[in-house]
Design a protein around this ligand. Structure first.
Ligand SMILES: NC(=O)c1ccc[n+]([C@@H]2O[C@H](COP(=O)([O-])OP(=O)(O)OC[C@H]3O[C@@H](n4cnc5c(N)ncnc54)[C@H](O)[C@@H]3O)[C@@H](O)[C@H]2O)c1
Length: 255
């Protein structure tokens, strides 16, 4: 028995061309899933597809703005035309900004909330509806953050958006449970990536390390186990509404 076998399954990863999303796509592909790598930047998505194919897996890139319901609906149609099914949806587009509270413009608020939270709602409506109506179960995995609560300093809007992601996850876990569509979130700690590079000043890195018992950043590959576990019906059939921390102990730290 292979608890983590995803053969014959199709996984759609929105923001699959991100640093963390890319590593999780590679893991899903490596365990047999056909992976739809969805992103705005096709060149970056194609790189992830190439990595999966080089490892003997099957993947295809799909272009979409995750904040557009029209784009995301088109991706559902295109994926169904490709493999005929969707078993796993992972949501990981993301953006961030360290703007002091009184200086946050409503344009910036909208941009961050749209990419981090509205995109999750859109994908859960589009792909969740398909999974619920098809009646064959499924797994939705949202990528949250340690900033979802208690919030980190300096990243107000990001924190509010990720608190929203936890709420959407737990709300839909209840709503979709009768259809055997499981909805969970991964809470990554700190992993150097494009969207947080600007925010990681020397002083901030020092304070992150002080609050991370393992005293280091995570590597994107260290999220692969949690992603495959939650994607696999065999491994996590009784897991829904869970917020799984992969954070080197950050969430367990006091003094
Ligand atoms: N890196 C970390 O330490 C960390 C920690 C916790 C959570 N996360 C979350 O992990 C996820 C992946 O981020 P990352 O750290 O790999 O950063 P990243 O900068 O590598 O990726 C962010 C991705 O989001 C995509 N994106 C932004 N707006 C989009 C849109 N409108 N439509 C489609 N795609 C869009 C970008 O193209 C990029 O590929 C995000 O949700 C992020 O909040 C990251």
């Amino acid at each position: 028995m292979n608890l983590f076998d995803l053969s014959g399954k199709t996984a759609v990863v929105i923001g699959g061309n991100s640093t963390l999303g890319g590593a999780m796509c590679v893991a899903l592909g490596g365990h047999g899933a056909q992976v739809a790598v969805v992103g705005r930047n096709s060149e970056k998505s194609e790189n992830v597809v190439k990595q999966i194919e080089e490892a003997g897996g099957v993947a295809r890139s799909f272009s979409a703005d995750a904040t557009s319901k029209q784009d995301v609906s088109r991706v559902l149609e295109d994926v169904l035309a490709w493999t005929g099914r969707v078993d796993v949806l992972m949501n990981c587009p993301g953006t961030n900004s360290a703007t002091p509270f009184f200086e946050i413009t409503m344009e910036e608020w909208d941009r961050i909330i749209d990419v981090n939270l509205k995109s999750v709602v859109i994908a859960c409506q589009v792909f969740g509806k398909h999974m619920v109506e098809k009646g064959e179960g499924g797994s939705i995995i949202n990528i949250s953050s340690v900033s979802s609560g208690p919030p980190l300093s300096r990243v107000f809007t990001y924190s509010a958006s990720k608190a929203g992601v936890n709420s959407v996850t737990q709300y839909l876990a209840r709503e979709f449970a009768p259809s055997r569509v499981r909805v969970n979130a991964i809470i990554p700690g700190f992993f150097p990536a494009e969207q947080n590079r600007k925010i990681l000043s020397e002083e901030r890195i020092e304070s992150i390390m002080k609050h991370t018992p393992m005293n280091r950043f995570g590597e994107a590959e260290e999220l692969q186990g949690a992603a495959v576990f939650l994607a696999s019906e065999k491994a996590s059939s009784f897991v829904t509404g869970a917020l799984i921390r992969v954070d080197g102990g950050f969430g367990a730290m006091t003094i």
